[in-house]
Design a protein around this ligand. Structure first.
Ligand SMILES: NC(=O)c1ccc[n+]([C@@H]2O[C@H](COP(=O)([O-])OP(=O)(O)OC[C@H]3O[C@@H](n4cnc5c(N)ncnc54)[C@H](O)[C@@H]3O)[C@@H](O)[C@H]2O)c1
Length: 381
């Protein structure tokens, strides 16, 4: 049973939806982490996600703890923004003093920022974190400038997560003695993380042969045209099949996992790879773009079969890394500096994690945790 530093439980007075905020750790009185909205989210899932946040902020050397919010409600419901608003209103005191937040699965940064600034009257969704800094005004101005940047029309926070996943993938593929230009990839999820990962990896020359969204897997052995998929996707990450070429095959939702590819990238749900389906995996490398997409037991079994999992708190740290870069690392608010910082950070962490994993015959996750500051990540089970 996972224990957290602090957990709130909330019930929406109108829909009766449940919501949770789990602080896994608090450093300097504050913690950072996004809000997930999905039907079926449990307190335990939120606590596990908060644990990942503790590891992520420690890996990025940010002076904050790890927290996560979760609302058990369908993000596609017409009143989902109203539910999100009531959840944020109820947590206003925590947002003012302890919790810097952002988006996650099923929520959008613009919606969260809009509610926090316009409805709650705070300065920013990162207010609690900014209040701890001496030069708050200057950093807030850099943060606002940085967060407004975009690449090819896609907001930098989204681009950065996918970019970071692709940096970790390239390092790991090289470590396995392969070239990214010759690598084939299958991705679960085509929302903000899956789509930007696909875009970034295809730019680097990888061949994305399969992409799954909630409606099934789209497959083509010669590789999918990612720009076309991006045009065919809506803001929830649903791909409109009628906009795709007839030769693209429509396979069941689970087919993404079974493909003969070099790399699998789960970029959607928790526990996507588990004890029951891990035996169908043919890839040698799994890069966790989603949070907690591989169960502990599946990871252990796969490692025995020399299938390596690059952990979420290294691979998908790019989005959170931007906040850290602009708030704590003095990185200037332009695309080149931000992506350059993330590249150095994530490729360095991936390389040293993999060499320690090989040297000590431990999983990449165990190696990465060993490399973190013990005081930050002494976790209670
Ligand atoms: N958004 C971020 O900044 C961010 C950063 C780091 C990690 N993450 C993690 O990445 C994951 C995805 O987040 P997102 O923001 O891209 O979500 P999103 O809501 O934008 O997209 C989710 C995608 O997954 C697909 N999907 C949902 N259920 C599925 C299923 N059962 N099978 C196949 N596909 C399914 C949806 O169709 C959609 O394409 C989450 O685990 C999240 O915690 C998000």
């Amino acid at each position: 049973m996972l224990t957290s530093y602090l957990v709130t439980e909330w019930t929406d007075p109108i829909t009766k939806a449940k919501g949770y905020v789990a602080f896994d750790s608090v450093v300097n009185g504050v913690a950072g982490g996004g809000i997930r909205m999905r039907e079926g989210v449990t307190k335990e899932e939120v606590q596990r996600l908060a644990r990942t946040m503790t590891l992520k902020v420690a890996a990025l050397d940010q002076p904050i703890g790890g927290v996560k919010g979760g609302i058990d409600y369908p993000s596609t419901a017409p009143d989902s923004k109203e539910v999100l608003k009531r959840f944020l209103e109820a947590h206003k005191p925590i947002l003012m003093h302890m919790w810097g937040t952002s988006e996650d699965l099923g929520t959008r940064k613009e919606d969260i920022e809009h509610i926090i600034v316009h409805d709650l009257g705070l300065q920013s969704s990162a207010e609690a974190l900014l209040n701890k800094l001496d030069n708050k005004e200057m950093i807030m101005s850099n943060l606002n400038k940085g967060l407004q940047l975009s690449v090819d029309g896609i907001p930098i926070v989204e681009v950065a997560t996918g970019y970071g996943v692709s940096v970790a993938t390239i390092e790991a593929v090289q470590w396995l003695g392969k070239d990214i230009n010759a690598a084939t990839v299958s991705i679960q999820g085509f929302g903000s993380v899956g789509a930007t990962t696909a875009k970034s990896l295809s730019k680097e020359g990888a061949k994305i042969v399969a992409v799954a969204d909630v409606n099934g897997t789209i497959f083509h052995p010669d590789g999918l045209d990612i720009d076309l998929l991006l045009q065919a996707k809506d803001e929830k990450g649903n791909i409109h099949r009628e906009m795709l070429p007839a030769e693209y095959e429509n396979l069941p939702r689970s087919a993404w996992l079974e493909q003969e590819v070099d790399v699998l990238i789960p970029a959607a749900i928790a526990d996507a790879i588990n004890e029951d389906n891990q035996s169908s995996i043919k890839a040698q490398l799994i890069v966790e773009a989603a949070n907690i997409p591989v169960t502990e037991e599946a990871e252990r079994i796969l490692f025995e079969k020399e299938v390596y999992v690059i952990p979420d708190f290294i691979a998908n740290s790019g989005g959170g890394g931007i906040f850290g870069a602009l708030m704590y690392k003095n990185v200037s608010p332009d695309v080149e500096s931000i992506l350059g910082y993330l590249n150095k950070q994530i490729s360095g962490a991936t390389k040293s994690m993999l060499s320690q994993s090989a040297e000590q015959k431990i999983t990449p996750r165990q190696a990465a945790i060993q490399q973190l500051d013990k005081d930050r990540v002494t976790l209670s089970e």
